[in-house]
Design a protein around this ligand. Sequence first.
Ligand SMILES: Cc1cc2nc3c(=O)[nH]c(=O)nc-3n(C[C@H](O)[C@H](O)[C@H](O)COP(=O)(O)OP(=O)(O)OC[C@H]3O[C@@H](n4cnc5c(N)ncnc54)[C@H](O)[C@@H]3O)c2cc1C
Length: 303
Amino acid sequence: MYGIPNMKLDKQKVVMRRLDMLEAEGVTFVCNTEVGKDLPTESLVNDFDAVILCTGSTRPRDLPIEGRDFKGIHFAMEFLTANTQAVLNGSPGVDYISAAGKDVVIIGGGDTGTDCVGTSIRQGCTSVTQLEIMPKPPETRAPNNPWPEWPKIYRMDYGQEEAAAMFGQDPRTYTTTATKFEGDEHGQVTAVHTVQVQWMQDEQGRFIPQHVPGTEQRLPAQLVLLAMGFLGPEQPIIDALGLEQDGRSNIKAEHEQYTTSIPGVFVAGDCRRGQSLVVWAFNEGRGVARECDRYLMGTTELP
Ligand SMILES: Cc1cc2nc3c(=O)[nH]c(=O)nc-3n(C[C@H](O)[C@H](O)[C@H](O)COP(=O)(O)OP(=O)(O)OC[C@H]3O[C@@H](n4cnc5c(N)ncnc54)[C@H](O)[C@@H]3O)c2cc1C
């Protein structure tokens, strides 16, 4: 509803239509209620015969470099969520973060970063730059990326196409990382210092980004958005229920089974598989409904 911008997914026509259907089928939605804060986590298992956790993968990767505490540096989801709320409500709320008239630097060249580019442009930013630490992908498939694998090639997504149309070029700068944030006497961010990196292999064969001397740059920025991926689900519910996690800190359960380490507690979606796609959320939602039905009824007719 809030993370994916409206220009990519129409909330009234698509999401609300689906929610209305589910409500008409008898599902009760309890909004503005955070489990673990507004509702004791234990009540999920004490008051219900089965529980399905679909809490998403929302813990953002941070960038703890010098100047991180300056005002104007935000996680991408803070920016995107407040923007969608403003679009849906027709006016900005107290949490609204404006890119209007600002030089925006987005750290992270993935899909969330792209949504920040598109949203910043719609809000009327002065300029937008997207920093990506990985190298620019090749124009055609690399030899180690044969068909039928997904082709890892250079592409312009909608945000980059819009930025190129507005400002004349792809906003992404590859093999570049931020080294520190600069701010003014009011504690407001004013610039991002960057350096190019070279990916070198260490003794264990792991690729490590190393700074290239002489490539330092200073980018003016009054708004910085951190879009460097997600580390997994929020921890409080997992801790309160004592659920087992996998090596990537997701809630542990097999695909198509969805059973956690606690009988009657199921898990599906991004909190099980990590940050993914809506089609997978649908797939897992249907699968977990089937397994939950089987648990409650002893058998199931769900596909
Ligand atoms: C910026 C962005 C853009 C994206 N764009 C696309 C796209 O274009 N196409 C695509 O296919 N996918 C996209 N995705 C991925 C897609 O949104 C997710 O894969 C999908 O929403 C996962 O569904 P889910 O139900 O597992 O989790 P989510 O959709 O993340 O839902 C989790 C829900 O649980 C709630 N919750 C969490 N903790 C608690 C708690 N303690 N108490 C109560 N409620 C809680 C959250 O508020 C949230 O509503 C995007 C993701 C992001 C972040």
